[in-house]
Ligand binder design. Structure first.
Ligand code: NAD
Length: 335
């Protein structure tokens, strides 16, 4: 099988290696000439200290990448997805299967990537859509460390196709799901909660506080998933709680690291500028906050995070406001 991977950063390159291990051919498209050169000529990537398989090739040309196959793996930051898809659509000559692995929500529209694909890809160019998500640090999977993901599609055959494409009996187990919005939304909103967890850590709060914010954060993920039409229970699976476990307290998570810097006193802009790789969570806080307003959801943690990223409040004041809310019963949302 041939796969066109659009976005050759940490995650795109890692998944390209999985595909190569599974005997598929991958052409990566990235806009960074240094990445393209390293992949083609040194079989390395600036983000990793390993050699990647020689049959993984890279190009600067989106047109060449689109012509390479009818499976388009989208691994670019969500903020550029719409622009990239517009261009992909203009080059497509036959229907393609879209596999999205980025984890974000478009703040302007509150759309997940499945909805952006529907907007930008003409019907004649569209074969199907699968969202591949779950608890995964590129830094581990590139070393072939055991990982599990979930492939969600409203067409069972597409979800199963992607399950088989990526599963590797030695180190990668892929489950299927029919809840595209649930998987996409959980995977995106968990980045917002990972930032909050990082802020708490940066402020010097302990593990008790982090567990408090993460588990109450799950409640907010559940509310948003449900408001957008996903299944509540999906938020408790690999793409929600699973990904929170791996993201919300790990220095391998850029969202956690970014939050940590904010908690230590950096401004949001300073924290973002200090990161060399994509941090989806800041924009996702904004998107989650807007979804909360639109659907009249009670999202105290997301709202506190929004005030901090908009410089309307310090992290310390946002925390005091959170704690001065009236006391309540713990209600676990199960459906
Ligand atoms: N890194 C991980 O462990 C991981 C795991 C799961 C999901 N993700 C998600 O995958 C997405 C990408 O993350 P990443 O870690 O690879 O980020 P990254 O910053 O390492 O890579 C993003 C890549 O996209 C490229 N890019 C930007 N605009 C482009 C365009 N117009 N066309 C082609 N390439 C373009 C950049 O040059 C860069 O190489 C994010 O949504 C992230 O949340 C990351």
């Amino acid at each position: 099988m041939k796969v066109s991977c659009i976005g050759g950063g940490a995650w795109g390159t890692t998944l390209a290696q999985v595909l190569s291990d599974n005997h598929h051919e991958v052409l990566i498209r990235d806009i960074n000439p240094i990445f393209v050169d390293k992949i083609n000529n040194e079989h390395t990537h600036p983000f990793f200290d390993i050699t990647i398989p020689e049959n993984i090739k890279a190009t600067l040309s989106l047109e060449d990448a689109v012509a390479f196959s009818d499976i388009i793996l989208l691994s670019v930051p969500t903020k550029v997805t719409r622009l990239v898809l517009k261009e992909v659509n203009s080059y497509l000559k036959k229907p393609a299967l879209f596999i999205n692995v980025s984890k974000g929500i478009e703040p302007e529209t509150s759309y997940c990537v499945s909805q952006i694909v529907k907007d930008e890809i003409e019907e004649k160019n569209f074969k199907g859509y699968v969202n591949l998500s779950g608890p995964s640090h590129a830094e581990e999977l590139i070393l072939r460390k055991l990982t599990a993901l979930v492939a969600a599609s409203d067409k069972e055959e597409d979800a199963k196709f992607v399950q088989n494409l990526f599963s590797n009996a030695r180190y990668l187990r892929v489950y299927t799901s029919s809840d595209v919005i649930g998987v996409e939304t959980s995977g995106a909103i968990k980045n917002a909660i990972a930032i909050v967890s990082g802020v708490a850590f940066g402020m010097g709060l302990g593990e008790n506080a982090r567990a408090f914010l993460i588990s109450r954060g799950v409640r907010e993920i559940v509310l948003i998933v449900s408001a957008l039409g996903g299944k509540t229970e999906t938020a408790y699976g690999l793409s929600g709680v699973g990904d929170l476990i791996v993201t919300a307290s790990s220095m391998n998570s850029r969202n956690f690291q970014c939050g940590l810097k904010i908690g230590q006193g950096m401004s949001v802009n300073e924290a973002l500028a200090s990161m060399t790789q994509t941090v989806e969570g800041i924009k996702t806080i904004e998107a989650a906050y807007q979804i909360g307003l639109k659907h009249n959801l009670e999202l105290p943690i997301i709202s506190a995070a929004y005030q901090v990223i908009k410089n309307e409040s310090t992290a310390k004041d946002a925390l005091s406001n959170l704690l001065s809310r009236s006391l309540k019963e713990e209600v676990i949302i199960v459906s």
